[in-house]
Ligand binder design. Structure first.
Ligand SMILES: NC(=O)c1ccc[n+]([C@@H]2O[C@H](COP(=O)([O-])OP(=O)(O)OC[C@H]3O[C@@H](n4cnc5c(N)ncnc54)[C@H](O)[C@@H]3O)[C@@H](O)[C@H]2O)c1
Length: 347
């Protein structure tokens, strides 16, 4: 079987999501990892032969077909541009594409000019429950879509980089809210036209995390170019595990998706056990542990799609192209502007 060689930049949380997905794909060999810290442990865990501290050295010394960029937001641009410089031909950037719209635009343009496939890792597009919801929508099962409401929330990021504006570009909105923003546009088949946003504002203005310089609560009303209405929510104040919910309202019906808490498993445990769902504090008492988050949150299908694009020289599908990462970021920054200026912003 033809195999592609993958290099992962980063070795913590997102890198683990990518690696856990790649190891299920027979067409992939994870050839190398580059990370400031922990690349040895990560390499041992996933049986990766070559480990580096510097991603530039990895790009120079390895012959790689696909790169996973799994390091903090402010570094996405420099890693993608370094990959292009090194002559690599396919790069997956984790979300958000960048911390500034101008940087994201430059990444898309440089990749286009150099015929590099830039893939934007929006995993919601590949979550099985959302794939099924879209099929029902596409076959007319709920009539015409009128309104989509979606949120991602949990109790705060494990990553110190995500807590500081200079590294992350923003808080719960750019980190978590970018999922519903990207997904709503994809499902509606239309760009976001205008937004009305509100955020907690960061630091002392936050609801809970006064040590974060980025906001820990954000919400926005949206209108898409085709008239569909939206409402997105993203916060770091939700205890009890990650809470991702999507509601789609149509002229003939509606769909409700519980992406994170809909497990068919119900466990009662007195002593507790290892792990239930992402960001949950406890596993004792009654819990609903995820069966397979790598699959249910879309990561396995996502990597499978990107690997197929490389193997068969296809372009990424709508929702996960570099330009989709750019339009999602434009909407996110329009929401920040709306929140700051307390008015409706047209994109
Ligand atoms: N799609 C998702 O569901 C999802 C989930 C979590 C994180 N992410 C995204 O993934 C990215 C990484 O987040 P994370 O949670 O893994 O962060 P993290 O803080 O857990 O890990 C950061 C990693 O980057 C490495 N690193 C930092 N600077 C580096 C440099 N200059 N060169 C090489 N390595 C460097 C660190 O060693 C570490 O391995 C972020 O952009 C985040 O938004 C996406």
């Amino acid at each position: 079987m033809k195999q592609i060689k993958v290099g992962i930049v980063g070795s913590q949380f997102a890198a683990m999501l990518h690696a856990e997905s790649y190891i299920r794909l027979p067409a992939v060999k994870i050839q190398a990892v580059a990370s400031l810290k922990n690349s040895e442990n990560f390499g041992n865990k996933y049986d990766i032969p070559n480990r580096y501290k510097s991603y530039k050295e990895m790009f120079d010394r390895e012959s790689l077909d696909l790169i996973s960029v799994c390091i903090p937001n402010f570094l996405h641009k420099e890693v993608v541009l370094a990959a292009v410089d090194a002559g690599l031909k396919a790069v997956i950037s984790e979300k958000p594409l960048a911390t500034k719209v101008e940087d994201a635009r430059e990444m898309v343009e440089v990749c286009r000019e150099n015929k590099v496939k830039l893939m934007y890792a929006e995993d919601w597009i590949f979550a099985p429950a959302l794939i099924r919801a879209k099929q029902i929508v596409d076959e007319g099962g709920i009539g015409e879509i009128l309104y989509i409401k979606a949120k991602e929330s949990h109790n705060g990021s494990h990553s110190v980089y995500a807590q500081k504006k200079e590294y992350a570009g923003g808080g719960s909105l750019i980190h978590l809210g970018i999922h519903p923003v990207g997904f709503i546009s994809y499902l509606a088949g239309s760009k976001i036209k205008e937004v009305m946003g509100m955020t907690s504002g960061g630091s002392e203005k936050n609801l809970v995390h006064h040590d974060y310089t980025v906001e820990d609560w954000a919400a926005a009303l949206l209108t898409l170019e085709n008239g569909i209405k939206g409402f997105i929510e993203a916060n770091y104040i939700t205890v009890g595990g990650m809470d991702d919910k999507i509601e789609i309202y149509g002229t003939e019906g509606n769909i409700h998706v519980d992406l994170t808490k809909g497990s068919p498993l119900h466990v009662y445990s007195r002593p507790g056990y290892g792990y239930a769902i992402e960001k949950a504090d406890f596993t004792h008492g009654w819990t609903q542990p995820a069966v397979d988050e790598f699959m249910s949150l879309g990561y396995v299908n996502e990597m499978s799609h990107f690997v197929d694009c490389v193997l068969n020289d296809r372009n990424p599908q709508p929702g996960v192209r570099g330009e989709d990462g750019l339009t999602a970021l434009e909407a996110v920054f329009a929401i920040y502007k709306s929140a700051a200026e307390k008015r409706l912003i047209k994109l």
